[in-house]
Design a protein around this ligand. Structure first.
Ligand code: DDQ
Ligand code: CA
Length: 273
């Protein structure tokens, strides 16, 4: 009899622990950013550079020769600019009309493609002088992020949709809903094509989702609160969220910054799980 009771109590405790465990792992997947899931990385800073603290970074890309192109937002401060990485100096700038809020930016050949927030209008510039060459109609619901693998343009609009856009027509040719363990990943923002994947800043989080460009599958998560928190703890009060990934394919370098961040970081991934 005594043995039976012990057995029952142990079984009850076992079930209780099992239930607790499954609840907590479910929560992890709903949030989608807890280090309790597969392929999670954080970052190690290998270099840091100055970055214009007035740049509300909305698009970032590497253009060779230690040079970045950057799109900035905020009405009256929106721009497309060429920036020297080492000094953070703005070497060339196209200032947008104050009715536009600059967003995602990508470079294909000699042409820079940019989308704008809350308008279906996008712009094309000449990379050599930042002159506006053309306008296009953005077929996404909104204009947030752009990136390219050299053939197709990937786009985001703040939803969970990863778009594929034909650079010849700027028409949406394909779209995929990004889901992680069954839950949609909303607020996809600035994008970067990195070695066969599409990386997406998730707006208002310290997370980058690593996506398959083919079907939008989540391949992993980069969790990096330390950059933004480090800036805040060293006295930077008005900085906004992480936003801006650039990949140097030749040297396999990754650069990250954020909206109104005084620094640009070169990082390496460290696998946590
Ligand atoms: N987005 O980057 C998430 C697409 C848009 C961010 C907009 C931030 C609002 C700033 C204040 C706007 C003033 C009208
Ligand atoms: Ca980018």
């Amino acid at each position: 009899k005594y043995r039976m009771a012990t057995l029952l109590i142990s079984a009850a405790i076992f079930l209780y622990v099992l239930v607790l465990f499954s609840i907590s792992s479910n929560m992890g997947s709903a949030v989608g950013m807890e280090p309790s899931i597969d392929r999670v990385y954080n970052v190690k800073v290998v270099n840091e550079f100055p970055h214009d603290p007035n740049a509300f970074t909305q698009g970032l890309l590497y253009a060779g020769n230690d040079t970045l192109f950057e799109s900035t937002g905020l009405y009256g401060h929106s721009s497309v600019r060429r920036v020297a990485i080492g000094t953070g100096k703005v070497e060339d700038i196209h200032k947008m009309e104050s009715s536009y809020f600059g967003e995602g930016l990508t470079l294909l050949g000699d042409r820079l493609f940019q989308v704008a927030w809350l308008t279906k209008t996008g712009f094309i510039y000449d990379r050599n002088n930042l002159n506006k060459i053309n306008k296009f109609t953005n077929q996404m619901q909104d204009g947030w992020g752009l990136a390219t693998d050299g053939k197709i343009i990937f786009g985001s609009d703040g939803t969970s949709t990863l778009y594929q856009i034909d650079p010849q027509t700027m028409k949406v040719v394909r779209k995929h809903t990004v889901k992680y363990k069954g839950d949609e990943v909303h607020n996809l923002n600035e994008l970067e094509y990195v070695a066969g994947e599409v990386w997406a800043n998730v707006w208002q989080t310290d997370c980058i989702a690593r996506l398959s460009g083919k079907d939008g599958a989540v391949l992993g998560w980069i969790y990096l609160p330390n950059l933004r928190e480090g800036l805040i703890s060293s006295g930077n009060k008005n900085i906004d969220v992480l936003n801006g990934i650039a990949w140097d394919q030749k040297q396999n370098r990754i650069f990250l910054t954020g909206k109104l961040w005084p620094k640009l970081y070169e990082i390496k991934l460290q696998r946590l799980k």
